[in-house]
Design a binder for this molecule. Structure first.
Ligand SMILES: O=C[C@H](O)COP(=O)(O)O
Length: 223
């Protein structure tokens, strides 16, 4: 039996994780979390947060927030609004929704003011270090070229994961590190934990799987 990982499932904008499918996917996450004891966080699209958070007891995170508050900010996603919808946290600076550093900081401060947990995504060691200085709850290192590839970062590029963990622990020991990109099997999760991470951030390995529930069960099988 190994250490318990945190598994963050990003639904992205996949049809299989949108609308009522988002609720179904989150229920699979909840069921596997309950049966395995592994913490699983569901990240549906913003319009699905309320319906998902109303249907499951596992934490629900937004895929993005903006660093603005209440007021004249048409089209922005505020930390308070996702919190009111039932979210407990948010991804910030995902590779598919990148922000400049000042905006990452604003979004993080907004999350903190609203009492939300932030996962800042990073694409290399330099950005990982910058994110660690900001002291979010988590930093998630994801080499963009491996995202959606089915090639697990924890096996294909262990150095970037190991070096990210070392860099973060030196700068901000309380910040936990996740890794993501191409994770789809329990052995990928085990490799991530071996490298010192607290868990993984993944999407297609579950959301695009023929049997998402079976994919989730495989992810937690070594725990
Ligand atoms: O947010 C998740 C990451 O971008 C990884 O995506 P992936 O698991 O489809 O490679």
């Amino acid at each position: 039996m190994g250490k318990k990982p945190l598994i963050v499932v990003n639904f992205k904008t996949y049809t299989e994780g949108t609308g009522e499918n988002a609720v179904r996917m989150a229920k699979y996450c909840e069921e596997v979390s309950r049966d395995s004891g592994v913490d699983i966080i569901a990240c549906p699209q913003t319009p699905d947060i309320y319906r998902v958070a109303s249907a499951v007891k596992i934490p629900v995170f937004a895929q993005h927030i903006d660093g603005v508050g209440a007021g004249s900010y048409t089209g922005h996603i505020t930390a308070d609004s996702i919190k009111a919808a039932g979210a407990g946290g948010a991804l910030i600076n995902h590779s598919e929704r990148r922000l400049v550093l000042a905006d990452i900081d604003s979004a993080l401060q907004a999350a903190k003011r609203s009492g939300l947990t932030a996962i800042i995504c990073t694409n290399n060691i330099a950005v990982t270090k910058a994110a660690a200085v900001l002291a979010p709850g988590f930093v998630a290192i994801e080499p963009p070229e491996l995202i959606g590839s089915g090639i697990p970062v924890s096996k294909a590029d262990p150095d970037i994961v190991r070096d990210s963990v070392a860099a973060v622990k030196k700068i901000a020991p309380d910040v936990e590190v996740l890794c993501g990109a191409g994770i789809s099997r329990g052995e990928d999760v085990a490799a991530a934990l071996e490298l010192g991470t607290a868990g993984v951030l993944l999407a297609s390995g579950v959301i695009k799987a023929k049997d998402p529930r079976a994919a989730l069960l495989d992810l937690v099988k070594n725990v």
